[in-house]
Design a protein. Structure first.
Length: 530
């Protein structure tokens, strides 16, 4: 899901002293965009101008150069230690680079000097919200709102807190008030569009997102909104357009971009793959790596008998992919951080990268191989579980009481504030399905994903929400029921799950009405076990 747009953009850093570089050298290493030339001019006259570094820091931040901006802000703070506004700006960049602890310290330091300052309070509220400390965030924001009732930014951020709590009624009230006070506030319009997407109001979501895109001038926000627009287009059934727009995730100006260390020519739609050596690199989360692998059989066919496919995936998935695709070289990727940005490398290809003709992140070939609903095959299953482990689990399940064996999965390993709202309480399963929950022994459900695949295929049915485990079950061809939400884009605007044709989808009539959806599951399960 797209992240909320915050009044003073968000994401992280670690504050460290920058020694051994004079301000002039620092500026020379940072400045490259024409937009910074005017900001650099004061420093050419006085390289110890704190105000000059401050202006340059703001210019680099607007241009999306967050690592450079941090260095400039730090230089400014060194020269102007009493200017709390610089601490607030550094906190904002700490947030942008996802160092929430440092960001919170800086915002609290700023607010200690300027109580209820609207920007500082708003930024602190965003940090607390990102840590799922919703009550604290609400208290900070409401206190600031009492002192600044006409501040649209605070109304907007309160809306994001409500949205992530699943309180869509109050979220809409807050977003609407923010837009009444400031109709050109792109972040509030974007956030309202995100909420409308969740609610299944897809056309309205697209309208809000495109309006917000036209309003914002901040590069990182534009890219974030382009990504949101891509999933909205996919949800409207405009699949090819959506995948094209999804390429925005690769823009180096995007704060959350992953940079791939490949050094080989990139694949583009229409490239002739026959006889070529192609490298595909997994991206996003575990579930996405499995989901996007839906097109691997088509790519192998396009490469032909003389072609070669190399696949880099998360290490826990390598056994599953090696078994399913013995004619593919499968290895694991490795991700690390440099200046707050994710870098992804393929150590298993060290010394052999020159053998690669073309490469692409795993989602990019969807632009050519899955442009329409008709491009999704009816074939059930493209991953293969270990047959010995399937037999092991079937034997163990036979020792349980008689009856159908149904696997319930209820959580994602990534249960952050933004994802929590999509998961119904486990108690509802016990109440509505009338069964006790048994946890399988001798398996690490987080690490042993190859065994999770075998267990899924040993069961009569798997039921759950969309997470990595459900994707494993679906990709292995196991009978699967998905409890979805009205605005889930992977359904591609349908009432089914085109990635896995055997999956049956259950939808609540509106977001959060899990009781209705669970009642439908209970009725269907009764018929299944009869």
């Amino acid at each position: 899901m797209p992240r909320p747009a915050n009044p003073s953009a968000t994401s992280a850093l670690a504050l460290q002293p920058h020694t051994g570089a004079t301000p002039a050298r620092l500026a020379a290493g940072i400045v490259g965009a024409p937009s910074s030339r005017a900001a650099l001019e004061p420093l050419t006259k006085d390289e110890r101008s704190g105000a000059g570094w401050w202006v340059l820091a703001a210019a680099r931040e607007l241009a999306g150069d967050f690592a450079g901006s941090i260095k400039c802000y730090e230089a400014a703070l060194k020269l102007l230690p009493d200017h709390m506004e610089i601490a607030n700006s550094l906190g904002r960049l700490a947030f942008r680079l996802n160092d929430l602890k440092v960001a919170e310290q800086l915002f609290r330091h700023f607010l200690a000097n300027f109580p209820n300052h609207p920007e500082g309070a708003n930024n602190l509220g965003c940090v607390l919200r990102s840590q799922s400390r919703f009550d604290e965030a609400t208290d900070v924001l409401k206190g600031a709102l009492m002192a600044n009732p006409e501040n649209a930014q605070i109304w907007n951020t309160l809306g994001t807190v409500m949205a992530e709590l699943g309180d869509t009624v109050n979220a809409e009230i807050f977003f609407n008030e923010a837009l009444r006070l400031e109709p050109g506030l792109a972040k509030a319009r974007y956030n309202r569009g995100n909420m409308r997407m969740i609610l299944g109001q897809i056309d309205a979501a697209l309208e809000d997102c495109e309006t917000a895109l036209a309003q914002t001038k901040v590069v990182d926000e534009q890219i974030m909104m382009q990504l949101a627009r891509s999933t909205i287009l996919i949800n409207l059934g405009r699949v090819g357009e959506g995948w094209d727009a999804y390429e925005a995730r690769r823009d180096p100006n995007f704060a959350e971009v992953t940079l791939f260390n490949v050094g080989r020519p990139g694949w583009t739609p229409g490239d002739d793959l026959a006889g070529k050596s192609l490298l595909l690199i997994g991206e996003q989360g575990l579930g996405d790596e499995i989901l996007f692998a839906n097109m691997l059989p088509d790519i192998l066919e396009r490469l032909g008998p003389d072609g070669r496919l190399t696949l880099a995936v998360e290490q826990r998935l390598t056994p599953l992919f090696e078994r399913a695709f013995p004619n593919i070289e499968v290895g694991s990727h490795f991700t690390y951080k440099v200046d707050g940005y994710s870098q992804r490398a393929m150590p298993f290809l060290d010394g052999r990268m020159d053998q690669i003709d073309l490469w692409a992140p795993l989602a990019s070939p969807l632009r050519e191989f899955r442009r329409t609903l008709e491009d999704f095959p009816d074939t059930v299953g493209y991953l293969t579980p270990d047959p010995d482990r399937v037999a092991h689990w079937r034997g163990l399940l036979e020792q349980a009481p008689a009856g159908r064996k149904v696997g319930l999965l209820w959580k994602s390993a990534i249960v952050n504030s933004g994802r929590r709202r999509f998961f119904s309480a486990f108690e509802q399963a016990r109440r509505d399905l009338g069964v006790e929950i048994w946890t399988p022994p001798g398996i690490d459900l987080k690490q042993d994903l190859d065994d999770v695949a075998a267990l899924s295929c040993a069961l009569d049915l798997v039921i759950g929400f969309s997470n990595a485990t459900l994707n494993i079950a679906g990709a292995c061809g196991a009978p699967t029921w998905l409890i979805s939400n009205p605005g889930a884009w992977p359904r591609l605007g349908t009432g089914r799950y085109p990635w896995y044709p055997q999956v049956r989808v259950f939808l609540p009539p509106s977001f959060g009405e899990w009781d209705v959806a669970m009642g439908q599951v209970a009725e269907a399960l009764g018929e299944f076990t009869a």
